[in-house]
Design a protein around this ligand. Structure first.
Ligand code: 13P
Length: 251
């Protein structure tokens, strides 16, 4: 089993004045946890501040979105080369909030995924079903469709240099976590769906769970064989909580 990877997704939260305290507390805590890997994905305006505060720490830097083109007349957008300027290691693509609130299709998400990889950064691609889709029994079909465009565009092997995050939409920000068994079932499906019977490939895949992960439920989720870590929203804004989750991921 690989080391757990815990990623904070701040979403549209943060403030110049508060970020410093949060990041310093997180960095100090993580420095005492050699058995876990961490990253924080912050809003674009705070990349410079976060880059400088994380300098010399083991915590990696990530962004939450990117435009698929490298430059041009796309007012208000940010390209991956700009993210590279801040030494970002990761970029979240296809978060359900982007898919649902901003109409991002799986095809567009695949283009963003490609652009991130082409620049040498690692995409964190999010997939997950709504409550209605779960209740209709089409969870597997939904996540398959969400990943298929990447396979079509770049081939299955491209997932080797990426992170996949399974985030059931009904569990995001609702306090309603998927049970470890529910999450495990989908994680195992995703691994098999991408890697087939290639065991080495399957083990190389990093599949995070996201959706109301907190200090109380983290250890149980991370104990499941196919859960390689977590993508943490709300709890990543509170140093104590985020650190407790990182600690739960320590080997
Ligand atoms: P919460 O942890 O706030 O449920 O958010 C999960 C998420 O969407 C992380 O990307």
């Amino acid at each position: 089993m690989q080391r757990k990877f815990i990623v904070g997704n701040w979403k549209m939260n943060g403030a110049l004045a508060n970020n410093e305290t949060l990041l310093k507390e997180v960095a100090n805590g993580v420095a005492k946890m050699p058995g876990v890997d961490c990253a924080v994905c912050v809003p674009f305006p705070y990349l410079a501040q976060t880059q400088s505060l994380l300098h010399g720490t083991s915590i990696k830097l990530g962004a939450q979105n990117v435009h698929q083109a490298n430059k041009g007349a796309y007012t208000g957008e940010v390209s991956v080369s700009m993210l590279s300027d801040f030494n970002c290691d990761y970029v979240i693509v296809g978060h359900s909030e982007r898919r649902n609130l901003f109409g991002e299709s799986s095809q567009l998400v695949a283009e963003k995924f490609a652009s991130v990889q082409k620049a040498g950064l690692l995409p964190i691609i999010c997939v997950g079903e709504t409550l209605e889709q779960r209740e209709t029994g089409i969870t597997e079909a939904v996540v398959t469709e969400q990943l298929a465009e990447v396979s079509k565009l770049l081939g299955e092997q491209s997932f080797r240099t990426s992170v996949i995050a399974y985030e059931p939409v009904w569990a995001i920000g609702t306090g309603k976590t998927a049970t470890p068994e529910q999450a495990q079932e989908v994680h195992a499906f995703i691994r098999k769906n991408i890697a087939g019977f290639d065991e080495e490939f399957g083990q190389a895949l990093c599949i995070l769970y996201g959706g109301s992960v907190n200090p109380t439920n983290a250890a149980e989720l991370f104990s499941m064989p196919d859960i390689d870590g977590g993508l943490i929203g709300g709890a990543s804004l509170v140093a104590e909580d985020f650190l407790a989750i990182c600690n739960a991921g320590q080997k």
